[in-house]
Write a protein that binds this ligand. Structure first.
Ligand SMILES: NC(=O)c1ccc[n+]([C@@H]2O[C@H](COP(=O)([O-])OP(=O)(O)OC[C@H]3O[C@@H](n4cnc5c(N)ncnc54)[C@H](OP(=O)(O)O)[C@@H]3O)[C@@H](O)[C@H]2O)c1
Length: 311
């Protein structure tokens, strides 16, 4: 097992929300932030799995400043409710780690009828970030870190079929959602700067990390070929703790800034370094288009976007 070490500045007094905190990179991020003194709110779609993860942390003597909130990113009502609860219970968020994700799922719809990967990975996190912006912007030095993937470099936005209604390829839909993460995070950073809002938006990708993401995909698709491929690729994978370092670095390092992306030094594995952003996310017009389309999709379905920043 690789031992993961990264210097995290003292986070005492800060409140972090980590989405998908009960498993994989989200759980490792929660552990590291707790050790650094932060209060961590674990945002989990299953309260049972979330509570079991929280209890296992307490049993292992992690600091007790760890709470749990119901947050299903495939349901805009759940996102609205979580934002309300966070506002009334904490009144502040210093770090939002948009970490939760699903990968290469069979064609499935979210509660509001949107393609699941686009809905959970991109739209849900956009809705959450915008609903929490007033809480974030009241905290000096607040950061939003959105977790993407190396597949961003292969992703393309299917403008005429965003929901995969005409043709659905589960891997192309994953790559689209992860490119959308990048476009959203960069556009949020740009708009926050233009509006002089003190919230930095950064990106991180973990390389290849051993988590539940791959087994969940194999199980959902009943694919022995995919299971076999992961077995062959196993030596390339790093631990979940190592995979969480880029997002921890992006969230806490004084040398990391809005609009930057961090990933493993050797693409798939290694300690974090600043890394290249997918060229297709650097086009202003495309990013603005995705923002407008996404905002419309969310508003039409009742998302409480309390703080849209105009371009
Ligand atoms: N592992 C890798 O090699 C790798 C590579 C590139 C990018 N990533 C990205 O890393 C992030 C974390 O994934 P991971 O590798 O740590 O996988 P993981 O162990 O499967 O964790 C994913 C987390 O997301 C949660 N989640 C799924 N659907 C959700 C929903 N509708 N609402 C709220 N939470 C939901 C899961 O909850 P449940 O436990 O309830 O399912 C789980 O807590 C993802 O964004 C993924 O795309 C991972």
């Amino acid at each position: 097992m690789t031992s993961a070490v990264v210097d995290i500045p003292d986070q005492t007094g800060r409140v972090a929300l980590v989405t998908g905190a009960n498993s994989g990179l989200g759980l490792e991020t929660t552990k590291a932030l707790l050790k650094s003194g932060a209060t961590v709110v674990m945002g989990c779609r299953s309260l049972q799995r979330g509570e079991s993860a929280r209890q296992s942390l307490l049993e292992r003597n992690y600091p007790p400043s760890v709470d749990l909130i119901a947050l299903d990113l495939a349901d805009l009502e759940s996102i609205n409710q979580a934002a309300k609860t966070l506002k009334s219970q904490y009144g502040r968020i210093d770090l939002l780690i948009n970490n939760a994700g699903v990968m290469a799922t069979p064609h499935t719809l979210s509660k509001q009828g949107l393609e699941l990967q686009f809905a959970v990975n991109h739209l849900g996190h956009m809705a959450l970030s915008l609903a929490l912006l007033p809480l974030l912007s009241s905290q000096p030095g607040a950061r939003v870190v959105t977790v993407t993937s190396g597949v961003q470099y292969m992703g393309r936005i299917a403008w005429d079929d965003l929901q995969g209604e005409q043709r659905y390829d589960r891997w192309a839909a994953y790559a689209q959602s992860k490119l959308a993460n990048v476009m959203f995070a960069l556009e949020l950073d740009k708009r926050a700067r233009a509006a002089r809002i003190d919230v930095a938006s950064l990106l991180a990708h973990p390389g290849l990390a051993r988590t539940n993401l791959q087994p969940a995909s194999v199980a959902a698709n009943q694919s022995w070929q995919e299971a076999f491929a992961y077995r062959l690729m196993d030596p390339m994978f790093q631990s979940a703790a190592m995979g969480s370092l880029p997002q921890l670095h992006a969230a806490t390092s004084p040398t990391a800034h809005g609009g930057e992306q961090y990933g493993p030094r050797f693409n798939f594995r290694g300690y974090p370094k600043r890394c290249r952003i997918a060229a297709s996310a650097l086009k202003d017009a495309e990013r603005q288009r995705l923002w407008s389309v996404s905002e419309q999709l969310l508003r039409d379905r009742g998302a409480a976007l309390t703080a849209i920043i105009d371009d």
